[in-house]
Design a protein around this ligand. Structure first.
Ligand SMILES: NC(=O)c1ccc[n+]([C@@H]2O[C@H](COP(=O)([O-])OP(=O)(O)OC[C@H]3O[C@@H](n4cnc5c(N)ncnc54)[C@H](O)[C@@H]3O)[C@@H](O)[C@H]2O)c1
Length: 370
């Protein structure tokens, strides 16, 4: 793979929390390809099947099997590893599950972030840490414009509130313990907010693309009951390119310390579910699909869109893929997995990664060219 992100990760120790999850597995594979030694903190392998297991990631890295809520073990593991970079993604990531276990969600997402920040306080080496929250950290005021980084935080459901709480904790720790002159500070913190991602290797519950792919693999009918519901669809590699790019830039540019960035899809990728399943059907031949329009009149909560002007202006970051390419890459990954099984899936994932990075270079993304 050619140089990327200014070679920031080559020969570096990178700690990824939540490395067994959907985003974590893609990020780990990408970092390993760039020459990083990746260590992980996760409580378990969260799904069956699992991208982490199918890609054999466990054999190529050290894992600290810890609950991110453990206020002794998590800071100690961060301090022991002395990482050059940290990407914190361990979370209870599902809105629906947050209604079943609100307190658990608050503690994993908010206290878990505090524990990682406490570990960073114990470091005496230089370290750049990227704390990943969500677009849902913004108070949804049902407006038509895209949310900006200085808009109000909040959350009407436990998941959203837990992410807003994580943001407040990270901001407070940054100002309380990592303030002052850059010359006196060995840790730099960045914060990122992205939404709804799709792609191969996701088997989390109640997510459209994995549910459709699973039904297709078993020859079952898929009925879509809210085809008009719109979401900002984004391939998993898009926010990950943003997290990596911010990490590489922040390590070089002290003025980015403490800043938050949105990494969202282009406005034209905000599409209804109907368009997603129609696009998936092109790549999952024989998909037995029923689109039920009878509830089309139901009111949906206002769509939460991100304004990504700050990422463009400060980082020259934009998404790489359009909507069709996003759906094609996602559907083809699942078709490959269900047709041929897990053997060789790591090479297939790496092939998609190479396809993505070469498109990024072709389309002029700065991180892909240096
Ligand atoms: N997937 C999305 O659409 C999306 C959208 C916005 C934000 N995010 C955020 O991105 C991050 C990664 O999301 P994902 O989709 O990969 O989630 P995921 O559910 O696939 O993975 C979550 C990871 O966190 C780990 N984890 C969960 N609870 C833990 C605990 N108590 N202790 C230690 N580890 C624990 C899991 O083992 C797993 O490795 C999360 O912070 C999530 O909130 C995801």
């Amino acid at each position: 793979m050619t140089a990327m992100f200014n070679n920031a990760f080559d020969q570096k120790k990178v700690l990824v929390t939540g490395h067994t999850g959907f985003k974590g597995t893609w990020m780990t594979l990408w970092l390993q390809q760039m020459g990083a030694t990746v260590v992980g903190i996760s409580d378990k392998v969260p799904t069956e099947p699992s991208h982490f297991e199918a890609a054999g990631l466990g054999e190529s890295m050290t894992t600290h099997w810890l609950d991110i809520r453990d206020t002794d073990a998590v800071p100690a593991a961060v301090a022991d590893e002395k990482p050059d970079f940290v990407f914190h993604m361990a979370a209870q990531a599902l809105v629906k599950a947050s209604y079943d276990d609100p307190v658990g969600t608050y503690s994993v997402n908010a206290i878990g972030s505090a524990n990682v920040m406490e570990g960073l306080r114990r470091l005496d080496n230089q370290c750049t840490a990227i704390m990943i929250t969500s677009d849902k950290c913004y108070e949804n005021v049902e407006t038509y414009y895209g949310y900006r980084e200085d808009d109000r935080l909040g959350g009407a459901d436990p998941y959203s509130a837990s992410k807003a709480a994580a943001e407040l904790i990270v901001s407070s720790h940054t100002r309380s313990f990592f303030g002052g002159d850059d010359a006196d500070r060995n840790v730099r913190i960045g914060v990122t907010r992205a939404g709804n991602v799709v792609g191969g290797g996701d088997w989390a519950a109640d997510r459209l693309v994995p549910d459709v792919a699973r039904a297709w693999s078993q020859g079952e009918n898929v009925t879509i009951r809210r085809p008009q519901a719109t979401r900002p669809w984004q391939h998993v590699l898009e926010p990950i390119s943003g997290y990596l790019h911010l990490g590489a830039e922040l390590a070089q540019r002290p003025e980015l310390h403490g800043e938050a960035f949105n990494f969202g899809p282009p406005a034209e990728a905000v599409n209804p579910v109907r368009d997603v399943v129609v696009a998936l059907k092109h790549h999952l031949p024989g998909l037995d699909l029923t689109i039920d329009e009878s509830q089309a009149h139901f009111h949906e909560a206002g769509l939460l869109k991100l304004c990504c002007d700050k990422a463009l202006s400060h980082l020259s970051w934009t998404p790489v893929l359009d909507f069709d390419e996003t759906m094609q890459m996602s559907a083809e990954w699942f078709a490959r997995y269900y047709n041929d099984g897990p053997d060789g899936i790591r090479a297939y994932t790496e092939g998609q990664l190479a396809q993505y990075t070469s498109l990024a270079a072709e389309r002029g993304l700065v991180w892909a060219k240096n």
